[in-house]
Design a protein around this ligand. Structure first.
Ligand code: SF4
Length: 661
């Protein structure tokens, strides 16, 4: 009689969107290619959604083996599922694998007696060996890379498995039909794809960078190409590339070309997302250009994590030289290729000053849209979680419920957690909070576009540094709690209080859809919804630098231009304003091209991507959620039309008295 194997790799749903369970699909694709296993086992249901474990268990009968793929976002769920499976099917073999399976396993089986085996590292060969051993009369599971529960729950270690050297022998789950049944279900599936495994770097905050995974090994190029065809035929809208450094290997150029050809032929995949190679090269640039020209790019990562030399040394991170970032950004911007840069808050060696200066340098280098700041998470298998490292850098962590970016709030009632680094030897917790709030302000008000043009103008015309400007905005917010920005500041402070007490990051506001928002995006949305009040109040921040009233009306024009650029759900498709200075031309050009906006009467025509007619949910989804990375803020174009001088206002309005055009 055939035995049944179930595999689980659950993820959150994002509306109708969810992920195909790629990693466990690979396990089955390989296991079923071994004749002895194909003759003995059949694949039962693949679990890919966070359903209540009891519901899952009720639906299945007599599973022989259940393999569960674990990462940060499904660890607690998986433990609950394993517990429910053990209670219902005591003889079932329950196997956990994936990056979240701890490498330090002492005591694990005492704490989790419902788990039988842990698989460390790559899973295909080990899982097949487990299935083979399971067929023997007295299975022992002395398998490389597998930790087993010994007698009385004690841990029985086996040596590590080493890497799979011949990845070409691993069949593809897409091409072997593992997902065919799932594709008939009413979900919009995203797909994941590896073209290689391994990473040559060893960042201490990452659970990928380790001696074992340093060698980069390519998967079979023919298989990669055939999978891309599959994504096209199956109308996969979003493809996630799982490589640690896409663009590192020469064959990645062919992958990008093939993606574009496939989109041309089938219309899919529509979008492609990847973590690009850290040392951005000519190859990365050419790949990015190929994808961007085809409208497939979700932005190129120019990942930095920190701009502070001591920090980069402490985390063993090798970035491109900070001085080269500006030139690189300029090159991408000239070709209209969006980029984004990630920064981690709370890394060892960082201080408030180095963090704030790093953000300001990144803005000065021209990264005005794509800065994403993430609080540092201590991953259980990273070097950062090793006790000696923790002690050396004075890391203090707080376990908090995981921030579910853009997920639909779950119905399984199981919270996932992570360990946030909230204090280090060089950054007190008070400074961490201060840095968090600065990052929040820069992302919400600058990168998402509420005050970007104003801040750039102040920098170029008055030499007001970005750090000074956003610190002043925060000071204003603190001192004026009844203003729009003050309300948002208080809400963010309250959120930090909640999280530090072990509460959730999750922010859901029904008018923007049943989606959990990161704090800076929700701030952007709420401020955009209060656009007129916000712009009336913002003069309070500006008076310290600007004349009031402004005799040339320059700053009135800058503010009017800034106001125009904030597209909301109520913005019509076409908007026009009259200005006495060509602020648009000035900001679109380089600082060297012109010292100040040209004084001439111009009519600006702004075309928005679409009229949302007050539909804030659609706006939030299109402009902020989907549009943040690589988006245009909802602006299709701005045209400047010279206007004959037809008279001037008798007196320029005071700074901050901007009214809707
Ligand atoms: S963070 Fe990226 S570059 Fe660093 S070790 Fe991890 S995968 Fe490699």
């Amino acid at each position: 009689m055939m035995r049944t194997v179930h595999l689980a790799q659950v993820n959150y749903q994002y509306g109708r969107n969810t992920f195909l369970p790629y990693s466990v699909g690979r396990l089955w694709a390989y296991a079923s290619s071994v004749p002895a296993l194909a003759a003995s086992y059949a694949l039962g249901e693949l679990f890919f959604l966070r359903e209540a474990p009891e519901r899952v268990v009720r639906r299945i009968a007599s599973p022989d083996v259940v393999g569960i793929s674990c990462y940060l976002w499904n660890w607690q769920y998986n433990l609950a599922l394993a517990r429910a499976l053990r209670a219902a099917f005591p003889r079932c073999l329950i196997v956990l694998g994936g990056p979240q399976v701890p490498s330090r396993t002492d005591g694990f089986f005492t704490e989790h007696p419902y788990v039988d085996l842990l698989v460390h590292g790559e899973g295909e060969i080990a899982f097949a060996a487990i299935l083979r051993e399971r067929l023997s009369p007295a299975p022992e599971y002395r398998i490389a890379g597998v930790t087993a529960a010994g007698r009385d729950g004690a841990t029985r270690h086996t040596p590590g498995a080493g890497r799979i050297t011949d990845l070409a022998r691993l069949p593809s789950p897409y091409l072997t039909g593992v997902f065919d049944e799932l594709m008939a279900l009413p979900y919009a599936f995203h797909a994941s794809q590896e073209t290689n495994r391994g990473c040559p770097y060893r960042c201490t905050f990452c659970d990928w960078g380790s001696a074992v995974f340093q060698k980069v090994t390519a998967l079979c190029p023919e298989q990669v190409a055939e999978e891309i065809e599959w994504f096209g035929r199956k109308r996969i809208s979003l493809l996630y590339n799982c490589d640690a450094n896409f663009g590192l290997l020469p064959q990645d150029v062919a992958v990008a070309r093939h993606l574009v050809e496939t989109k041309r032929q089938y219309g899919f995949p529509e979008k492609f997302r990847a973590a690009y190679a850290k040392k951005s090269s000519e190859r990365v640039y050419s790949i990015a250009r190929t994808l961007n020209d085809a409208g497939m790019s979700k932005g190129v990562t120019i990942s930095l994590q920190s701009l502070h030399a001591d920090t980069l040394e402490a985390v063993e991170r090798h970035n491109i030289a900070v001085g080269d970032v500006g030139a690189l950004l300029e090159r991408y911007q000239a070709d209209g290729i969006p980029t984004y840069s990630e920064i981690i808050l709370g890394l060892p060696g960082e201080t408030y000053d180095s963090f704030a200066d790093g953000i300001a340098r990144l803005l000065e280098a021209g990264q005005h849209r794509g800065i994403n700041v993430y609080p540092c998470i201590s991953l259980c298998n990273s070097e950062m979680a090793v006790p000696a490292y923790v002690a050396r850098h004075g890391l203090r962590t707080v376990r908090v419920p995981m921030l579910l970016l853009h997920g639909s709030p779950g119905h399984d009632g199981i919270e996932e957690y992570y360990d946030l680094v909230v204090e280090t030897a060089t950054m007190s917790h008070a400074e961490w909070r201060r840095a968090y709030l600065l990052a929040w302000a820069v992302q919400a008000f600058h990168c998402l576009g509420l005050l970007r043009e104003l801040a750039v103008s102040l920098m170029r015309l008055r030499g007001v540094s970005y750090r000074t400007f956003y610190e002043a905005l925060i000071a204003f917010a603190r001192a004026n709690p009844a203003t729009v920005v003050g309300e948002e500041y208080r809400a963010t402070e309250a959120l930090l209080d909640r999280v530090m007490a072990g509460g959730s990051w999750d922010l859901v506001e029904p008018r923007f859809g049943a989606v959990t928002w990161p704090p800076e995006e929700l701030t952007f949305l709420r401020v955009a919804a209060e656009k007129q009040r916000f712009f009336r109040e913002i003069g309070g921040v500006l008076v310290q630098w600007l004349p009031d009233p402004d005799p040339s009306a320059l700053w009135r024009d800058v503010l009017a231009y800034q106001y125009l650029r904030v597209v909301t759900a109520d913005t019509p498709v076409h908007t026009e304003i009259l200005l006495d200075h060509d602020v648009h031309g000035y900001l679109a050009g380089s600082p060297a091209a012109s010292p100040a906006p040209r004084r001439r009467r111009v009519r600006l025509h702004m075309e928005a991507r679409g009229a949302f007619d007050g539909d804030w949910e659609a706006y939030a989804r299109d402009i902020v959620w989907y549009g943040r990375k690589g988006g245009d803020g909802g602006i299709v174009g701005i045209e400047v039309e010279p206007e004959p001088r037809v008279g001037r206002p008798a007196r320029a309005p005071a700074v901050g008295q901007v009214e809707a055009p």
